[in-house]
Design a protein. Structure first.
Length: 697
């Protein structure tokens, strides 16, 4: 037996902002500029999408005064009133898009020019405002002609700052003369030329502004716009696509027929067509393309992925540089993907009544199509942890664990260890990896957390339909609350004595069934709190339970802006998954130290156990599993070189890519030696740590 001893404490879990289905939160593009004109001050900034305008300013970081405009715009101008010359003010800017997502700048300062500030104003004590930059002078672009898209080079004069430096440049190009919406822009650049591709057949408008490299707030006005026209000399019309019906694969993939209406070439020449197919909406990852063909139909085999996207274009078969625009991107949905009704090895422990089912180990799945469970391929990994309960030592003082591979899958088990956690009595241990975030593009870092007597249930719990769900959240009893987006759950725990330590303790499970829970949207679960105006605002995102019943500790510390400690939970939505909330508590007790020891197995044996009788989890109940044996599912056995039965202790001792490869019907029994008793006044909990992958058949 080898043991490593470390000390872990409760650490705040990093929140991850996940966008709503309408797009990511807005961003402030470039600097926030402060422009002084005599005693008048203007604060100017840009956002990457239309949003509101709000300036907060005042003598301290509490601000107290505002300038606000609710119109949605990308260029924001705020003119604060009531300023006193020679006075320094704190300020920040905020913009909210149409989805309700908001971006805010950091606190900054400006000084109002006047007698008390003979340097002509200042910014953050910098000693004065630099003279405003002149806008660049544009080099006119001549009109031209092209077939389809063409490259255009833009050039402008260099602008020299008061300090002698060459200003940065920012270019905007649009087919709208007033630039009412963002189309193409360069971002800040050091050069004075920019080449881009534009579509022929349009009049294009462009303008440039400058920025002082040593004073990012000193930004010039936009230059006068220049325009040019690119004639489309022989543009073919784009084909008219014929909709592809939702694709039924049965989990195996199959042929799909793409069709479109024929295009007539203006010159009377024969026409060729090209099709592109992808699982990404922007077709950035190409899965299939036809090459140039003369037919108005193309058949290709596609796998079971989810939503497919495609487009088609035409060209003159004689003058092959005469190519039409692509059609708008079309889509169709694979409504029967890989069967996801079962996954993950089952975990049992030896308890008072024999082998007792605990939960399942949800790990990284490999070999899945990209959109089975997530919008991106699963490339993430972290060890998985299962908090064990009800274990009893055998006569030799060992702990026993059993894994059962019952599903239609293969498990690759690399390492299996036991974490012995010693902590003050009356506390329960929670592992951060009980929270699954694979579907949202990141993996939770591992930490051991505790919850104890201070944890209490809500006194009020209703969803946004008005349904009282307090009874469903009171106990871990399988009577759980489930929801589909956008229904949200309002919880009131009363006033928290220590909100700086608050964490939400949620016990629940996830059910997996792509037929019962299809969704084209991806919304990560999140918590909202009340702001000073009584408005619900998003505070942090979190994950869903990692497979069958798990307890998650969701950090709420520092999220409450007022003494109103009510929260609202959006349970999110993701394809093939619905999760159930069985019990919810809040715990605001301070963190306590725990001692974690890693214990390696002293026995591991692989054998044929048969299929465990079970009923897979749904949104109505968690897994129901027995440690029995029924006939194997012959279609789930797989093929290849699986690990030989017998002693496999040497394969699970280290994460070394030496796997126990388990197929359907295999069982693995493992024992771990106990450590000496914990220190006086401490209690012992056990956590199984597994390094594994699994692959669906």
């Amino acid at each position: 037996m080898r043991a490593r001893i470390t000390v872990a404490v409760l650490i705040a879990v990093t929140a991850c902002r996940i966008p709503c289905s309408q797009g990511p939160p807005p961003l402030i593009v470039g600097p926030v500029a402060v422009i002084a004109d005599g005693a008048k001050v203007t604060v100017k900034w840009y956002t990457d999408r239309p949003a509101t305008t709000l300036l907060e300013y005042g003598a301290t970081t509490q601000y107290g005064a505002t300038y606000q405009a609710t119109d949605l715009a990308t260029e924001h101008l705020a003119v604060p009133s009531g300023l006193v010359p020679g006075t320094t003010y704190h300020f920040r800017v905020r913009s909210e898009d149409k989805c309700g997502f908001e971006v805010a700048s950091e606190d900054d300062t400006f000084t109002v020019p006047g007698e008390a500030d003979s340097g002509g104003g200042g910014d953050g004590g910098s000693g004065g405002f630099a003279p405003p930059l002149d806008p660049p002078a544009l080099v006119a672009v001549a009109d031209g002609s092209a077939v389809g898209n063409t490259q255009v080079s833009l050039a402008w004069s260099a602008v020299t700052t008061a300090g002698g430096a060459t200003a940065y440049s920012w270019v905007q190009v649009n087919d709208d003369p007033v630039f009412s919406s963002l189309l193409v822009e360069s971002g800040w650049m050091t050069g004075h030329e920019w080449t881009l591709t534009v579509q022929a057949g349009k009049t294009w408008y462009w303008r440039v502004r400058g920025q002082d490299p040593s004073d990012p707030q000193n930004v010039s006005a936009w230059s006068e716009a220049d325009s040019f026209f690119i004639e489309d000399t022989a543009a073919l019309p784009a084909p008219v696509p014929i909709a592809v019906p939702d694709f039924v694969t049965g989990g195996m993939g199959g042929p799909v027929t793409f069709e479109w209406k024929p295009v007539e070439d203006p010159d009377g020449h024969p026409v060729q067509y090209r099709v592109q197919v992808s699982w990404s909406p922007d077709l950035s990852q190409m899965q299939a393309q036809s090459g140039w063909i003369k037919d108005t139909q193309w058949i290709t085999n596609l796998g079971a992925v989810g939503t497919w996207y495609w487009r088609v274009q035409a060209r003159d078969a004689k003058h092959k540089d005469e190519v039409s625009a692509w059609t708008p991107v079309q889509s169709f949905y694979d409504i029967v993907e890989i069967q996801m009704k079962g996954s993950c090895p089952f975990v049992f422990v030896r308890g008072a009544s024999g082998w007792e089912y605990q939960t399942e180990i949800q790990g990284p799945a490999i070999g899945l199509p990209q959109s089975v469970l997530t919008t991106q391929s699963i490339r993430l990994y972290h060890p998985e942890h299962v908090v064990l309960s009800g274990m009893q030592k055998d006569g030799a003082g060992d702990w026993w664990v059993k894994l059962r591979e019952t599903q239609k899958e293969i498990t690759y088990l690399d390492r299996l260890t036991l974490l012995v956690v010693d902590h003050p009595p009356g506390l329960a241990v929670v592992a951060s990896t009980a929270e699954s975030t694979y579907s949202y593009g990141y993996g939770e870092r591992f930490e051991i957390m505790t919850t104890g007597p201070a944890a209490r249930p809500p006194v009020f719990a209703k969803d946004t339909t008005g349904k009282d769900v307090l009874a469903s959240l009171a106990e871990v009893d399988g009577d759980a609350y489930t929801s589909t987006h956008p229904t949200r759950l309002v919880l009131d725990f009363g006033t928290l004595e220590r909100p700086e330590h608050a964490r939400l303790v949620v016990t629940g499970w996830s059910a997996y069934d792509k037929d019962a829970y299809p969704s084209k949207d991806l919304v990560q679960p999140f918590v909202e709190v009340r702001d000073a105006k009584g408005k619900w605002v998003k505070a942090r995102s979190f994950g869903n339970p990692a497979g069958d019943t798990k307890t998650m500790a969701i950090d709420l510390s520092g999220l409450f802006p007022t003494d109103d400690h009510r929260i609202r939970i959006d349970m999110g939505t993701v394809h093939a998954i619905r999760w159930a909330m069985d019990r919810v508590l809040v715990d605001d007790s301070p963190p306590v130290p725990v001692v974690v020891s890693v214990v390696e197995a002293n026995f591991a044996s692989l054998y044929h156990a048969g299929r465990a009788p079970h009923s897979r989890a749904t949104h109505e109940h968690p897994n129901v599993v027995e440690d029995g044996s029924i006939a194997d599912n012959k279609e789930a056995l797989g093929w290849g070189a699986f690990t030989r039965y017998g002693d496999v202790l040497d394969l699970i001792g280290a994460a070394d890519d030496m796997y126990v490869i388990m197929r359907h019907g295999d069982g693995l029994e493992i024992s771990f030696p106990d450590l000496p008793p914990p220190a006086p006044g401490f209690h012992r909990s056990l956590v199984l740590e597994a390094v594994l992958w699994y692959k669906h058949l």
